[in-house]
Ligand binder design. Structure first.
Ligand SMILES: *Cc1c(COP(=O)(O)O)cnc(C)c1O
Length: 393
């Protein structure tokens, strides 16, 4: 039971003075960009979450999660290697591998944890990793960890494969000691909603014997004939060596996975600290994800609807078509983006502003998403409200 507010006297915790000063200083620095106000509870019409298929509140997922909890408990109580593995972990890994067209699959507790810890687990001193400039922060943090281990990190211009190739060649010309290369890209870029060219990336990686890791956080469940993602949509299903996906977005559950070959899985089980040193996903998440995976395939109308709504909104706003349910509405100035978001919130649309450092300076934006839970008339009302807000500036 939550105690009523004010029931317990609140005394400030003792924080050493130098630390107190640092907090005050950084609070001052943050004033223009403070995010505390952004932790608003969910409210109004959901136009910004990643619940693309509208499965998050589906009673069938809740029931599947509850059945899994009854059968296997509310927690796994331990890491995978220390009896935290249930039959559901194995069943979900097999189902995800099949769906993604890969030999094997390894579950992770979050996508962040997967990206941040898989990259350093693959690289050694003298190796190199090349990452798209707009890749997700978790991939960036994985690169930082790899760098701390002595790997070279190169950042290539967004979706610019010529720049990528030039960087690989330059690095190879200066490093003749047989270092290995890893290339990282989001499938659908999370803050821009544009897509990588996976066949071209794959071709480039094959030419340079580089290993390719693609993050399908915003593509899994949405794209391709079975909803398996951008690799399926672009005709290279089963050919990307490392394909990461999340369970907490389109799949309406929680967790993440890496679809790959058995030998890569085996390597990661033995070396990846984010896998080894963390309690295994609870049964509720696994049960819900298994049910979601069934629904993704049985109810393709969900992804078709989410994508059709996104195309409709993009068209109404004069934005180019993209195979994604993410619509970035560029504003520019941080304060203007925040103000526009609050106008839209007051009108009943839950739209949030995304500001630096999540996006580059001067590119604050509203990140709008569509999902199967929305209707055309609601989207049209949002589009009218957006145009009005943009006109007012
Ligand atoms: C959300 C996201 C992640 C992190 O996944 P979580 O399971 O939420 O930690 C990783 N990569 C991309 C591109 C994402 O959008």
């Amino acid at each position: 039971m939550t105690p009523p507010p004010g029931r317990f006297p609140v005394t400030p915790c003792p924080i050493p003075d130098p630390w107190r000063e640092r907090l005050e200083l950084s609070a001052w620095e943050r004033a223009a960009r403070g995010r505390t106000r952004s932790i608003l509870p969910a409210q109004g019409l959901d136009c910004c979450s990643n619940d693309y298929l509208g499965l998050r509140r589906d009673p069938r997922l809740a029931e599947a999660g509850a059945r899994a909890t009854s059968a296997f408990g509310s927690s796994t109580g331990a890491a995978r290697l220390l009896r935290g593995t249930t039959p559901l972990h194995e069943e979900l890994e097999a189902a995800l591998a099949h769906w993604k067209g890969s030999e094997a699959c390894l579950l992770f507790n979050t996508g962040y944890q997967c990206n941040a810890t898989v990259i350093p687990a693959l690289l050694r001193p003298g190796d190199a990793v090349f990452s798209d400039a707009l890749n997700h922060a978790s991939l960036v943090d994985g690169c930082r960890a790899a760098k701390a281990r002595g790997a070279h990190v190169g950042v290539f211009r967004h979706r610019d494969l010529e720049d990528l190739e030039a960087r690989i060649l330059h690095w190879k010309s200066r490093n003749t000691d047989n270092g290995l290369t890893l290339v990282l890209s989001d499938a659908i870029f999370s803050m821009d909603g544009d897509a990588a060219d996976l066949p071209a990336l794959l071709h480039l990686c094959e030419r340079h014997q580089a290993l390719l890791l693609v993050d399908e956080a915003h593509a899994s469940g949405l794209l391709g004939i079975t909803g398996a993602g951008l690799a399926e949509f672009q005709g290279v299903k089963g050919r990307i060596p490392l394909l990461m996906g999340t369970l907490g977005k389109a799949l309406g559950s929680f967790g993440a996975f890496l679809a790959c070959e058995g030998a890569l899985r085996e390597h990661l089980v033995n070396t990846c600290r984010g896998f080894i040193f963390s309690t295994a996903l609870p049964p509720s998440c696994l049960g819900a994800a298994l049910e979601a995976l069934r629904l993704v395939q049985a109810e393709p109308w969900r992804r078709e609807k989410a994508l059709a709504l996104a195309a409709r909104l993009r068209h109404a706003l004069g934005l180019p078509a993209q195979p994604s349910a993410i619509i970035p509405v560029m504003v520019g100035e941080d304060a203007a983006a925040v103000q526009m978001a609050s106008h839209l919130q007051a009108a009943g649309f839950d739209v949030r502003a995304v500001r630096p450092p999540t996006v580059p300076d001067g590119t604050a934006r509203l990140r709008i998403t569509t999902g199967a839970h929305l209707e055309e008339t609601q989207l049209d009302a949002l589009s009218a409200a957006l145009k009005e807000a943009l006109r007012r500036g």
